[in-house]
Design a binder for this molecule. Structure first.
Ligand code: NAD
Ligand code: DAU
Length: 360
């Protein structure tokens, strides 16, 4: 049975990835989820699988080398999928240091511990081991409005403390590949959306505010472009790169779905109005009048757009969920999980660990 060590599995993409992997592989894999449960980590995201024999949660900080070393010593880890990070650009502008600590030092600790566990006396690595570093398209900087794409060969040009810290972590992985022939891949993905996304990010924030009749804050002129991918398509891409990616290679993941922020806000409002039942009072609150232009994000990147040519050609990855369908699935999920949003916005989700794990 293959054992995966997933870092940051209680966050948005990590929890969707764990669900995806159990749907796909069932009891033929084991997953150990290591997460520090920062404000972004929510064990309620994994409630339905927490009692499975082939799933283990360990509360640990990836910057704590002793804790991570112990996890490798206690378990025969075949694969590492490294999601854990501080992930929100606005927070990085307010408080950059924690981004450097978690994203750079944390990645260095993960790499060191995996290398120590997997390297053989002759400097080669045990067969079948692999480290997949989950990164972002933001490391490539910003594109012109009227053209161009991010390729794997695009020079790094990060602007925010978040993207600079992710770029640094990518360079550490590349250094391990070049120096030790460490068995790793890097994936650089575009903006994700879907279930369990923390409502500080654009799409869940707009859905939640609109349903409560609160202002919908649009930064600057609202014409910044992001390239949106449904989170399951990212999970599928990570799994395919893990299985088929050539060692040492980087793969960009994105589905050619560029939209201006203001378009996203309009699509969400239209879709909410279409999907809310006629007798639902929230329909009276959802309105385009809520759109409010606010001060721009500092250093706001204008446009991101991924060229997924390499992952398509080499690995055969294609996105399955088009935006129109993905946004409906996401909104339907939020309709069905009002309690999740309520727990997150009230802070109650942070009590879950205490209640569920205090005696475990
Ligand atoms: P998230 O903020 O929702 O989740 C991050 C998780 O990491 C949380 O569960 C948190 O508790 C955990 N974590 C934070 N610091 C930790 C530490 N020191 N030790 C252990 N765990 C810690 O983030 P996300 O949106 O799910 O992103 C996951 C990864 O994917 C990140 O590396 C991010 O850079 C990358 N990524 C995100 C997107 C996106 O659109 N969200 C796109 C491309 C790449
Ligand atoms: O591109 C991948 C990246 O996408 C990931 O690496 C990051 O972890 C993830 O957070 C995301 O970064 P963005 O900064 O693009 O996502 P965010 O949802 O914060 O913002 C999307 C766009 O919407 C951006 O141009 C800023 C704008 N925005 C955001 C918020 C929260 C608004 O206009 N209003 C808002 O309230």
């Amino acid at each position: 049975m293959r054992t995966y060590l997933v870092t940051g599995g209680a966050g948005f993409i990590g929890s969707n990835y764990i669900h995806y992997m159990f749907r796909k592989y069932g009891s033929s894999i084991r997953i150990i989820n290591v997460d520090a449960l920062t404000y972004a980590g929510n064990l309620e995201n994994l409630k339905d699988i927490e009692d499975q024999d082939n799933y283990t949660f360990i509360k640990a900080d990836i910057t704590d080398a002793d804790a991570i070393r112990k996890i490798f010593a206690d378990n025969d880890i075949d694969r590492v999928v490294h999601f854990a990070a501080e992930s929100h650009v606005d927070r990085s502008i307010k408080d950059p240091e924690i981004f450097v600590k978690t994203n750079v030092l944390g990645t260095a600790v993960m790499l060191n511990c995996a290398r120590a566990a997997w390297e053989m006396p002759d400097g080669s690595f045990q067969e079948g081991r692999k480290f997949l570093h989950v990164s972002t398209d933001e490391v490539y900087g910003s594109l012109e409005e009227d053209g161009g794409y991010f390729y794997e060969t695009t020079p790094y040009a990060p602007h925010s403390p978040y993207s600079a810290s992710k770029a640094s972590s990518d360079f550490l992985v590349k250094a391990y590949i070049d120096t030790y022939h460490f068995p790793a891949n890097i994936t650089n993905c575009s903006n994700n959306y879907g279930p369990y996304q923390f409502p500080e990010k654009l799409i869940p924030l707009i859905i939640n505010n609109a349903l409560h009749g609160r202002k919908l804050p649009v930064y600057g002129d609202g014409k910044n472009v992001r390239d949106w991918l449904y989170v399951d398509d990212h999970a599928k891409g990570i799994d395919m790169v893990m299985e088929q990616g050539r060692l040492g290679e980087t793969y960009n993941i994105g589905g050619h779905n560029e939209k201006q922020n203001i378009e996203i806000v309009h699509i969400i409002i239209d879709t909410l109005l279409e999907m809310l039942p006629e007798n639902d009072d929230r329909g009276k609150l959802v309105s385009k009048d809520l759109i409010t232009y606010v001060e721009d994000r500092k250093g706001h990147d204008r446009r991101y757009a991924i060229a997924p040519d390499k992952i398509r050609a080499e690995i055969g990855w294609e996105p399955e969920t088009m935006f129109k369908e993905g946004i409906r699935k996401t909104i339907a999920w939020f309709f069905e999980h009002e309690d999740w949003m309520e727990n997150v916005t009230s802070g109650d989700y942070q009590k879950y660990y205490e209640e569920m794990y205090a005696n475990k």
